[in-house]
Design a protein around this ligand. Structure first.
Ligand SMILES: CC(C)(COP(=O)(O)OP(=O)(O)OC[C@H]1O[C@@H](n2cnc3c(N)ncnc32)[C@H](O)[C@@H]1OP(=O)(O)O)[C@@H](O)C(=O)NCCC(=O)NCCS
Length: 142
């Protein structure tokens, strides 16, 4: 088992949560259709998955419709390869009047013969609770 894969490298499978309050919100494996010209996974596909994963906790808090208002930060730390199983962990870092900001970390499980658990992507996104007209809705109003 490689020790260079980070603090979770000894894990054989992705845990349901990471230290702190980071919760497993999505697991998915990319398909050949998601590969870019370099043979790695297209960054836009990863961004879409992060947006979906990031919305899970805000949806729960908002108890209704939400919209992504901002991607505050997005870092591709390592390329993602075909065969990687991706686990998305999310943590709410700020709850405002109508908005919720979430930190998302993505880990890849790769190389089954010598399993590694590698952080590949990190992002911060903000979601806004919206009403039936698509206008910001105070979170307390349910
Ligand atoms: C989301 C949307 C309804 C917000 O409407 P708005 O009039 O811009 O909202 P406001 O300026 O009143 O801000 C609402 C909240 O969003 C936050 N916000 C607005 N712009 C932000 C930004 N660039 N970064 C972080 N937070 C932001 C505000 O701080 C506020 O939070 P708070 O109420 O918790 O203090 C509107 O911008 C929208 O419909 N955007 C398109 C959403 C969409 O289609 N997303 C899918 C991707 S295309």
């Amino acid at each position: 088992m490689s020790q260079s894969a980070g603090p979770r490298a000894k894990l054989q499978i992705a845990p349901m949560s990471l230290p702190g309050s980071r919760e497993l919100v999505l697991r998915v494996m990319p398909l050949p259709a998601d590969v870019n010209a370099n043979g790695d996974i297209f960054g836009g596909w990863i961004m879409a998955q992060v947006d979906l994963a990031g919305a899970v906790l805000p949806s729960r808090i908002a108890k209704g419709r939400i919209a992504t208002v901002a991607v505050n930060q997005f870092v591709f730390k390592q390329p993602v390869s075909l065969g990687d199983l991706l686990s998305f962990y999310a943590e709410v870092v700020r709850v405002g009047t109508t908005s919720i900001t979430v930190h998302v970390e993505v880990y890849a499980e790769r190389n089954p013969a010598d399993l590694q658990f590698v952080k590949v992507t990190e992002a911060s996104l903000t979601y806004v609770a919206i009403d039936k007209d698509g206008k910001p809705r105070p979170l307390a109003s349910g």
